[in-house]
Design a protein around this ligand. Structure first.
Ligand code: GDP
Ligand code: MN
Length: 382
C-alpha cells in the first residue's frame, strides 16, 4: 500500500527525522493560505503515487503567494504517470547544497532487506543506477541482527562522509531503518536526503510502501489508506474485503479466483470488449459475498453489462446463483448479465437461474462473446 509523500513525512517526523515544514492542500486557495503562514520561499509538490514528479513538472518553486497560486493551479490540473493529481504539498523551500539517496526495501530475491545509499541522489538516480551502479552502495541485512553499527559506518565511508556529517547521516540511517521495521514497510526511501547550505540533513522527499499483509498490526493506517486511495469504490471494496480493481471499460467482470478473473478479462478483451473491473469473489464464496460484489460493480456508472464467470470448486454454483437472485431483488439490475456456471452443483445453479432474465452461457468463450455483443460490441464508446 503506497502512501503519499505528505503522509510518509508525517511518519518520519513522528520518528524524529527532520522534514521541511509544510502542509497538504487540495485547492490553490488553501495552498496560498498555507504559504502565507509559512511566509517564506516555498515549494509546491504534486501528491501522486508516481515517481519522477520533478521531471514531469510536478515540483515548482514559488517565491510569492501569487506564484504559489499559479503553481498549485497548474499542478492540480496535471496527470503524472497516468494518475490525476488531487492534492499538493506546500513546504518551505530548502537551500540545497547536496542531494543523497537512502533507502531500505524488501528484496524479494533473497527475502532480506536491502539497504541502498548514494552520494548522487536526486531526480537522476535511475540514470546513476543504470550507468554508474558503483555509485550506489548496497548491502543486505541479516534478519536476525538488523542494521549493524559497522554497516552504518561502512556506508558513511563509501559515501565519503566524515566527522559531524557522518554522525548525522548515521543517525538518519538508523532512524529510517527503525521506521522501515516498525511500520512493516516494503520500501522506505528518501530521495533526496538533502544537506542544506546551513549544514542540516533533511528528508526532502519520502516514498513509503506498507506491507498490506501487516495492516492488521497498524489499525491507524486504515485512515492513510482511505486518504491515499483515489477511488471510493476501491475503498469500499477493501472494507468489504473484496479484491477489486477498477478498469476503464464498460463490462463488469465477476469471477472466483484471481486466475479465472484474469482469464475472463483477457477473453472479453479478445472479443473486442472492454472490462470495467477486476473482481474476485473468492473461493468458498457464499451468496452474500456475491451480492456485495455485484453491488460494488453496479455502482460504477460506466458499467453497461456484467459477465459472471464461476467455476464451482469449493464455492457451489447453487450458492452463487442464489446470491445473484438475491442481489437482483435488491439492486434492480437494468442491463444484461451473462452467467457461466460450471463445476460443483452446476445443474442446481442453472435450474435456479433458468426462470430469471439472466443469460446463461455454457463456456467462457461463449459468455465473453455474448456480453460483448449485448453491451454494444467492438470498440463502441460508452
Ligand atoms: P520526485 O521527482 O518525484 O522524486 O520529487 P522530489 O521531491 O524528489 O523532488 C525532485 C527535485 O526537486 C529534488 O531532487 C530537488 O532537486 C528539487 N526540490 C525538491 N524540493 C526542493 C526544495 O525545497 N528546494 C529546492 N531548491 N529544490 C527542491
Ligand atoms: Mn524524489
Amino acid at each position: 500500500m503506497k502512501i503519499y509523500e505528505y503522509q510518509a513525512k508525517e511518519i518520519l517526523r513522528k520518528f524524529g527525522i527532520r522534514v521541511p515544514i509544510g502542509k497538504m492542500a487540495k485547492t490553490a486557495k488553501s495552498a496560498v493560505k498555507i504559504a502565507e503562514k509559512l511566509n517564506k520561499k516555498t515549494v509546491v509538490k504534486a501528491q501522486v503515487h508516481s515517481g519522477g514528479r520533478g521531471k514531469a513538472g510536478g515540483i515548482k518553486l514559488a517565491e510569492t503567494p501569487q506564484q504559489v497560486e499559479q503553481a498549485a493551479t497548474q499542478i492540480l490540473q496535471m496527470r503524472i504517470g497516468g494518475l490525476k493529481v488531487r492534492s499538493v504539498l506546500i513546504e518551505e523551500a530548502l537551500n540545497i547544497s547536496h542531494e543523497y539517496y537512502l533507502s531500505f526495501a524488501l528484496d524479494r530475491h533473497t527475502g532480506k532487506t536491502i539497504a541502498m545509499a548514494s552520494a548522487e541522489g536526486g531526480v537522476e538516480i535511475e540514470e546513476v543506477a543504470a550507468h554508474s551502479p558503483e555509485k550506489i552502495y548496497k548491502f543486505h541485512l541479516d534478519p536476525a541482527y538488523g542494521l549493524m553499527e559497522f554497516q552504518v559506518r561502512e556506508t558513511c565511508q563509501k559515501l565519503g562522509l566524515e566527522h559531524r556529517m557522518a554522525k548525522e547521516f548515521s543517525e538518519f540511517m538508523k532512524k529510517l531503518y527503525r521506521i522501515y521495521l516498525e511500520n512493516d514497510c516494503v520500501l522506505a526511501e528518501i530521495n533526496p536526503l538533502v544537506l542544506t547550505a546551513e549544514g542540516d540533513f533533511l528528508a526532502a522527499d519520502a516514498k513509503m510502501d506498507l506491507d498490506e499483509n501487516a495492516l492488521f498490526r497498524h489499525p491507524d493506517f486504515l485512515e492513510l489508506r482511505e486518504a491515499s486511495e483515489d477511488d471510493p469504490l476501491e475503498v469500499e471494496a477493501h472494507k468489504k474485503k473484496v479484491p477489486y480493481v477498477r478498469l476503464d471499460g464498460n463490462i463488469g467482470i465477476l469471477g472466483n479466483g484471481a486466475g479465472l478473473v484474469m482469464t475472463t478479462l483477457d477473453m472479453v478483451s479478445r472479443e473486442g470488449g472492454r472490462p470495467a473491473n477486476f473482481l474476485d469473489v473468492g473461493g468458498g464464496s457464499n451468496w452474500e459475498t456475491v451480492k456485495n460484489s455485484l453491488e460494488i460493480v453496479l455502482r460504477d456508472k460506466k458499467v453497461k453489462g456484467v459477465f459472471i464467470n464461476i467455476f464451482g470448486g469449493i464455492s457451489r454454483c447453487d450458492e452463487v446463483a442464489k446470491g445473484i437472485l438475491e442481489a437482483d431483488k435488491i439492486l434492480n439490475i437494468k442491463f444484461p448479465v451473462v452467467i457461466r456456471l460450471s463445476g460443483t452443483n452446476e445443474e442446481e445453479g442453472r435450474a435456479l437461474l433458468s426462470h430469471s432474465r439472466f443469460i446463461p452461457a455454457s463456456t467462457m468463450e461463449e459468455g465473453a462473446k455474448k456480453i460483448v455483443e449485448l453491451t454494444g460490441g467492438i470498440g463502441k464508446e460508452v
